[in-house]
Design a protein around this ligand. Sequence first.
Ligand code: ADP
Ligand code: ASP
Ligand code: MG
Length: 402
Amino acid sequence: MLVVKKFGGTSVGNAERIFNVARRCAKEYQAGNDVVMVLSAMGKQTDVLIDMAHEINPNPPKRELDMLLTTGEQTSVALMAMAFATMGIPSISLNAFQVAMHTTSVYGNARLKRIDTERIQHELEGRKIVIVTGFQGVNKYEDFTTLGRGGSDTTAVALAAALHADKCEIYTDVDGVYTADPRIVKKARKMEEITYNEMLDLATLGAGVLHNRSVELAKKYNVPLVVRSSLNESEGTTIKEVVKVEGMLVSGVAADKNATRISVVGLEDRPGVAFKLFNMIAKAHINVDMILQSIGRDGSKDISFTVPEDMADECYKLLEDNLEVLKAKKVDMRKNVAKVSVVGAGMMSTPGVAAKMFECLYNADININMISTSEIRVTVLIDEKDTERAMNAAHEAFGLED
Ligand code: ADP
Ligand code: ASP
Ligand code: MG
């Protein structure tokens, strides 16, 4: 059996934890299985590196930032291989170049395109544990890229798919996927199973326990995915196509504070205006999420939308610089907003979910700025300061407690 095991920052945060992880993987190896490990940078090392970069240059060149960040994962894999060496277990660490893992060329937000499996397969045939750097790739210019924050999960799933692994286990600092972030909602409950679609929405809407691209890939290539703790033996949560327990109206609540609302005011009310605006934003590789257009009045309309916070300044400047091209009056930006969402496959067939969400926010005296819905989710944009209260209110209203 071939197993891909991914360990996040906390799980490899210090020497003791590195040995803990090494022992766990050694057991799997000694049972006769092939083991590929994917590691994140130790503890908060990625944040430390980002701070270091900003100390030198508040706006560091993106290529150089990726060059810097990839050292975090490289440190972890080398130390892990050293730990195995002390235990007399054959292992080898590999970075994105050595594997190689090919990505698109966008620094800081690259997508995996293709993984060469020959080197890994060769090392596995030599009965080595293969330890691969998460989060990083190589682009067509032969430069390092990174996959976006939390991207090691995606490396693990992509490797599992490329190697046709029998399972992919994501080890982290919680026991599995909960109905809400257990750090924010104390009464959150661990789920035994969840569908790819629900997990994809939860991850996209802010449940940081999995990188959303990893869920997308797991669904696409049907990779059996498990989220579990690196600190205990608890069973964890399985993410798959169909789950046994159907019929939960709402399976989880997620929040994303990394949102900024941008409003373009006084646009002309005629065909092609939205296209021009969003085409301009897309060309700058800025991701747009919720979109709201006001009803046109006196030949003029407003369009509001949300973008990730780290792209907000760039987006604002782009639109400011192009006010004349867009024939708009002004651009507004609000950073202290958050998205709170309820997600559940059961919503599809049940009316009244949105109303219930709005009612519980009303009861908590929380104002709604924007709303968006799909078949299996309701998302509201609210003031950031209300996030925790809104999550707890929704969690209770939909009866998700333990
Ligand atoms: P790692 O470094 O292992 O990748 P992360 O910090 O990226 O760990 O992800 C684990 C964290 O995700 C947990 O500590 C938890 O606070 C947070 N989290 C957010 N939403 C959820 C959820 N629905 N279920 C479990 N954990 C969640
Ligand atoms: N080390 C990277 C980060 O902190 C990738 C990851 O942890 O998945 O974002
Ligand atoms: Mg993570």
